[in-house]
Design a binder for this molecule. Structure first.
Ligand code: FEO
Length: 392
């Protein structure tokens, strides 16, 4: 696709990666993704904001064939899906200055071997005049890495936000259809922003000082109703969890699955929402998204080699890394002859600030007393969830 205009002398460039299905060798991309680059042309200078993943450099190269001069290449984030084509852009415009903050420059030196002599370091709140276009740099650490920054274009009220407010969504549309983009944006938040929820909230406060008319992220479509995605980010990062149990499970011979089915029904009878994730087939992006608002995590696993099934261990590792806002957690499952499955899983989830509810571990096929224990667990969860809002 050719460059397209989003405002007067402001264009979106970059590549739509329709067929990519895995990011960072872990994150599923059911909807593909895009790497957005933006060109801001002032009366005196021209700036390119972010580049593209090197695998799609040819797309940006063809777009830049129609751009005779770039004076500044603004790098908002070092991760290579945005900065990875910087060396190629510099080959094309050797006189251009790399404009970024000090931390980001140091990381670009490490990851891309950029020559610091080609850089112009900017601090928080500093501006760059292009001639009728004024760029202000806003340091927004931890959305997604510690060096990340946004760029504010005052004349057009556009916030270029890099990963912040982005979505892994390949689309031919420049501007977001809110209903279509909401879920990919939620997954994206869950996958990379969720561990930094406190910093996300601070950065929302920081960028809200600007009268934003448009948010132009470096993944997914441009938001013309910025309040829609900013309000969603505010909810995801700071609102109390909802009356929902996230129930990731794996079962080898059906006993743990019987427990999962019983607990699901018992919770629903008590007015608690349940989101189940079969860990043998799970899309971990969906699991990450399911953790955003769940008040309780119940991890269900059989015992294997005296500990949790590896699929359950993987889910525990993921939850521990994502640090969701859940307030309660426990483990249920069946074992053959012994083991320390709950203890091992609890050790693996040390980052979670949760009250641990009594686990329900069953020897072999569950009996009536075991189902009764699951009913007690369901009652306990329903009591703990009292007063929490339901998920719409
Ligand atoms: Fe889209 Fe953190 O890179």
């Amino acid at each position: 696709m050719k460059a397209r205009s989003i405002a007067d002398h402001v264009q979106i460039l970059g590549a739509v990666d329709w067929d990519r299905r895995l990011f960072d060798a872990i994150i599923p991309l059911p909807d593909g993704t895009s790497y957005n680059s933006y060109l801001v042309t002032g009366s005196e200078k021209t700036a390119l904001i972010d580049t593209v993943d090197p695998a799609t450099w040819q797309v940006l190269e063809e777009q830049l064939a129609e751009v005779p001069t770039v004076d500044y290449i603004i790098i908002q984030h070092t991760e290579q899906d945005h900065s990875g084509s910087l060396p190629r852009v510099l080959e094309r415009y050797p006189q251009a200055k790399v404009v970024t903050n000090e931390r980001c420059l140091n990381m670009c030196v490490d990851h891309l071997h950029i020559d610091p002599a080609q850089a112009q370091i900017v601090g928080d709140g500093e501006t760059l005049e292009l001639g009728g276009k004024t760029l202000t740099f806003v340091l927004t650490p931890w959305v997604h890495w510690p060096e990340t920054m946004c760029t504010w274009l005052a004349e057009d009220k556009i916030l270029f936000s890099c990963d912040f407010f982005g979505s892994h969504l390949a689309t031919s549309a420049v501007f977001a259809d809110e209903a279509r983009t909401y879920h990919p944006a939620a997954r994206y938040y869950a996958e990379i922003m969720q561990p930094f929820a406190a910093q996300v909230a601070k950065n929302i406060d920081k960028v809200q000082q600007y009268p934003i008319a448009m948010i132009a992220p470096s993944h997914g479509p441009v938001w013309k109703q910025p309040a829609f995605i900013m309000d969603a980010y505010r909810r995801w990062s700071t609102a109390p969890p909802k009356n929902v149990v996230a129930l990731p499970f794996v079962s080898m011979h059906g006993s743990t699955l019987m427990m999962v089915d019983h607990l699901t029904a018992a919770l629903v009878e008590r007015g608690v929402g349940v989101e189940r994730f079969d860990l043998t087939t799970v899309d971990i992006g969906a699991l990450a998204a399911g953790l955003i608002e769940a008040a309780t995590i119940v991890l269900a696993t059989p015992t294997l080699f005296a500990g949790p099934h590896p699929a359950a261990a993987n889910a525990a590792f993921l939850a521990n890394a994502l640090k969701p806002k859940a307030k309660y957690a426990t483990v249920i499952g069946s074992y053959g002859w012994g083991g320390k499955t709950p203890e091992r899983l609890v050790e693996m989830m040390g980052n979670l600030k949760v009250e641990l509810l009594d686990p329900v571990m069953v020897k072999g096929l569950p009996r009536d007393a075991d189902f009764a224990a699951l009913d007690v667990l369901a009652t306990t969860i329903a009591e703990r969830h009292s007063g929490l809002a339901s998920r719409e």
